[in-house]
Structure formats: C-alpha cells, structure tokens
Design a protein around this ligand. Structure first.
Ligand code: AMP
Length: 326
C-alpha cells in the first residue's frame, strides 16, 4: 500500500537516487526535438533538483517562500512548455507566472510530489492546470489524446470543480482543438449516466468532487490504471467538509506510482496527516503573502472584461451580417 511505502522514503519509488534520475531521464516525453537538451526536462536540471536545499528565502518581490525547490522561473517561456499550451496561456491573458506558479509548476512537471501552501487568489488553479496539461501532452506538438485518464483533480465544491474545469479548458484550448485533449467535470447533482457515457468515450483529465469521483471509480466507469497525477485542491476545505474517508478510499484505489499534488491555504493536522500518509518526500512551497491577490484578480477581471467585449463585438458584427443578407 502507498501509505506504507510513503513512510519508507523516496528510495522505495525507483531504487537509489541515481536510478531515479536515470528513470526520469529515460522517460522524458520530449516530442519537440528542437527543444530537447535546453528544456526543463534535462538530466542537468534534474540533478539541480536533487541538490535541493531546505531553507526559507525572501525573494526580490518581497515574498517569503519556504521551498525545497529553490529555482524560480520568471517567465512562462523559461518553463519550456508545449507551445500549444503556451499559446493557450497567453491567449487567456496571462503574461508572466504568479509567485506560486514561478516556483511550483516546475517540480510538478518534473514528477515530484508537491505541497503548495498559499492563500486563494494567488494563482493556484492555473498552477495545477498548467502542470497537468503539460504532463498529459508533453512537448509533443503533434499530441493526440489516447482517451486514457491521466489526472484526477479533487475539489471541495461542485462550483469550484466546474470553475477549475473551465480554466483547464481555456488554458488547454489549443491542445483540445488540435489533439483532442478532453477534460471532464465529475460532480454531484448531474446525470450519472451522462458521466458514464463521457468516460466511456475517453477523457484525459477529470476534475470533480470526492463523492462522484469515488462513485465512478467504484462502478469501474473511471479507469485508474493509467493515472499519473492526483491533485487535491483546497485540501483544508475538503477535509473540513468531511470528505476525509472518501479521499482515503480513493487513494487506496490509485496506482502506487501516482504523483500527488496538494494545494491548501492552511496546514491543519488532518491535512498534514494526508501528506505524511500519501506523499513521498514532497517538495514544499510555502508562500506567505497577502498581496498579489488583488493584483492578479484585477488583471484577470480585466481579461474577462476584454474577452466579453470581444465576444459582444463579434456577435454585433454577426447580427449586422445576417441583417444585410436578409
Ligand atoms: P486562483 O488563486 O487560482 O483563484 O487565481 C486568482 C486569480 O488570478 C484568477 O482570477 C486567475 O485568473 C488569476 N491569475 C492566475 N494566474 C495568473 C497569472 N499568471 N497572471 C495573471 N492573472 C493570473
């Protein structure tokens, strides 16, 4: 069981540290040859990750970060993401990664278990959305979905799950159009049959609430054998809402090699218990900040307003055209 393995340390996962490096280097998904060697997923970078230091640092923007992974990626370009994903990020209106994104996306993409502790409004949703999309598609510009589920995101409420689905669909827009990537929400209060049908047709990522996700696993409608990533969003909220048993039951069904990413504003004892029971030598990123929230929020509000304006103008133009035709 994963919980026992977790307590026995990282070496359980791949053998020695050298084996682990070799394993990851041999399993790099670098479809874009021109980028190979210069990207994030190079053995040199992996070695850098291995030499991680656990210390608290205040970065130049005044944000205090306690992280075992000290490398900061100040631009989305630096993260060497799939270019279709990069286009989606820029089209969504993000210009540069937020503080948590600068520090958490890279270790997530490199396959580490990650704990990201930061207030809401700091850009945590895009952190895991980008990490998942990159993991699913790799750097392959000819990415084609194989319809096997590779990531599950759990959220405490239906609204949050649906909201995160929308963000993932927007950021992955170009991967969806060209590669058929599918993201499906699994939340209570919707048709069980419709969910089963969608899962039968194939999905790459599901974002849901613990109850419906567990139900789908129990019915074998959601196949877990191909899963790579398991994300617990707002873990503190989820546990305080009484989802503990269901989360543990889901964990027990997942493959032993699953990568776990946990995002939470606070670290109460029950969240810590999850991290010690189910995570292996996690990279911890603690962002102590109250600023950025309003900055980011107003930025994305602006983006939303601009997108709405664009849509309105498009509709107006369409109406004018149809009038002319009539
Ligand atoms: P979250 O913490 O995920 O709820 O995000 C808070 C707000 O920040 C949302 O409105 C996001 O759209 C926005 N946001 C997230 N990342 C970025 C970014 N890199 N640049 C600008 N806005 C962002």
């Amino acid at each position: 069981q994963r919980s026992t393995m977790a307590n026995e340390g990282t070496n359980q996962k791949y053998g020695t540290d050298d084996d682990e490096l070799a394993f990851r280097a041999n399993n790099l998904d670098i479809g874009d040859k021109e980028k190979a060697g210069s990207g994030l997923n190079t053995p040199e970078n992996l070695i850098q990750v291995e030499q991680k230091k656990s210390e608290s640092k205040t970065s130049k923007d005044g944000i205090e970060v306690t992280s075992d992974f000290q490398k900061v990626y100040e631009t989305f370009d630096d993260l060497k993401l799939n270019r279709l994903l990069l286009r989606g990020i820029f089209a969504y209106g993000f210009e540069k990664p937020s503080a948590i994104q600068q520090r958490a996306i890279a270790p997530c993409i490199l396959g580490y278990d990650v704990i990201a502790q930061a207030q809401s409004g700091t850009g945590k949703t895009a952190t895991f959305c980008i990490s998942i999309l990159q993991t699913v598609a790799g750097n392959d510009l000819d990415f084609r979905s194989n319809g096997l589920c590779k990531a599950i995101v759990l959220a405490p409420t239906r609204e949050l799950a649906q909201q995160s689905t929308k963000v993932m669909l927007a950021l992955g827009d170009y991967l969806i159009t060209s590669g058929g990537l599918k993201v499906h929400p699994l939340v209570g209060g919707t048709s069980v049959q419709a969910d089963i049908l969608s899962l039968q047709e194939g999905v790459d990522v599901v974002v849901g609430t613990p109850g419906r996700v567990f139900d789908m696993i129990q019915r074998r409608a959601l196949e877990v054998s191909s899963l790579k990533m398991f994300v617990l969003d707002e873990a503190d909220e989820m546990l305080s809402r009484g989802f503990k048993d269901q989360i543990y039951q889901i964990f027990m069904k997942l493959p032993n090699t699953i990568q776990v990413i946990l995002l939470s504003a606070t670290m109460p004892p029950d969240v810590l218990e999850v991290t010690t029971n189910f995570m292996r030598d996690p990279i911890q990123i603690l962002l102590k900040t109250e600023e950025h929230t309003s900055e980011l929020q107003s930025h994305s509000d602006l983006v939303c307003r601009l997108l709405l304006e664009k849509k309105k103008n498009k509709n107006k133009k369409k109406k004018k055209k149809t009038k002319k035709i009539q």
